[in-house]
Write a protein that binds this ligand. Structure first.
Ligand SMILES: NC(=O)c1ccc[n+]([C@@H]2O[C@H](COP(=O)([O-])OP(=O)(O)OC[C@H]3O[C@@H](n4cnc5c(N)ncnc54)[C@H](OP(=O)(O)O)[C@@H]3O)[C@@H](O)[C@H]2O)c1
Length: 251
């Protein structure tokens, strides 16, 4: 009999994460979500029969607790992000996304799944691919990015998390496969046409926009659709709303 897919979601109470929860449930997926104590999901979601909620501080979970969370999962989705206030941006944990990514991947490796688990990380166009694979940004953008990474911990954190997947997990791991999703400026709004690009398509000074619903849709596709996964695993697709894409190079 067909077994429903199981996805572990972290950051599910965030602006994008909430949409991932809803879209996964609409697809019939069994969702496990780790949320901070007291964090709110919409009541209709929180009571959903296919959703299992664990209230816990993610980084405080023991290795055994994390292994129980990932055991039996087909995919793990991270929509974690530093809260956009002074404490969230400059206060600890500075390495929220990197530490969560590292610990979750190590938990997957420890449980030795029969087939690799898909790890899908929500990231940003400020993150670059290893080995200079993205088109070289112009000097003013490189200076701005360097400053951001030096001064703003979340910018550095997002790059380090992506680097961990690119370098430490790599493309041929027996237990973990991954995809780093890079949206541009996040906007509210419904799912709409979007395009996917291998590399950077816009300048930091003239950014594109990406509906959060589109990010959620693409992440759900990656978690549930083997064709989408085969195309984008081990890659860092940039996702932008279609109307703003310079060329129709959708994946
Ligand atoms: N803003 C943009 O335009 C933009 C553009 C491109 C990419 N991004 C990236 O997209 C990602 C998600 O963005 P978003 O706006 O959807 O995020 P968001 O609404 O800020 O949500 C962040 C999520 O992370 C959780 N979180 C924050 N600090 C935590 C901690 N210390 N421990 C455990 N959980 C914690 C939050 O939990 P609580 O609900 O409990 O606070 C929430 O679920 C971020 O990595 C961001 O860098 C943003």
């Amino acid at each position: 009999m067909h077994r429903p897919q199981t996805v572990l979601l972290v950051g599910g109470t965030g602006r994008t994460g909430r949409q991932v929860v809803r879209q996964l449930l609409e697809r019939g997926v069994l969702v496990r979500a780790i949320v901070r104590p007291g964090a709110a999901l919409a009541p209709d979601l929180a009571r959903h029969a296919r959703l299992t909620l664990t209230e816990a501080s993610l980084l405080a979970l023991t290795e055994e607790q994390l292994q129980r969370q990932v055991f039996g999962c087909d995919a793990v989705i991270s929509c974690l992000g530093h809260t956009l206030d002074l404490q969230g941006v400059f206060g600890p944990p500075h390495d929220l996304v990197t530490r969560a990514t590292t610990r979750l991947c190590r938990a997957i490796i420890a449980v030795k799944p029969a087939t690799p688990v898909r790890f899908i990380l929500m990231s940003s166009v400020s993150v670059h691919r290893a080995g200079g694979a993205d088109a070289r940004r112009k000097l003013p953008e490189r200076v701005l990015l360097g400053l951001l990474r030096a001064v703003v911990p979340p910018a550095r954190d997002n790059q380090r998390a992506a680097d961990f997947l690119q370098h430490s997990i790599g493309p041929y791991h027996a237990f973990v496969e991954w995809c780093v999703v890079r949206p541009d400026t996040l906007l509210p709004g419904a799912v709409s046409a979007y395009s996917l690009h291998e590399g950077i398509v816009s300048s930091l000074f003239e950014p594109d926009s990406t509906n959060m619903a589109n990010v959620a849709h693409f992440m759900c596709e990656l978690a549930t659709d083997s064709t989408a996964w085969a195309e984008w695993k081990s890659r860092l697709p940039v996702i932008v709303n279609a109307a703003e894409a310079p060329t129709a190079t959708a994946g």
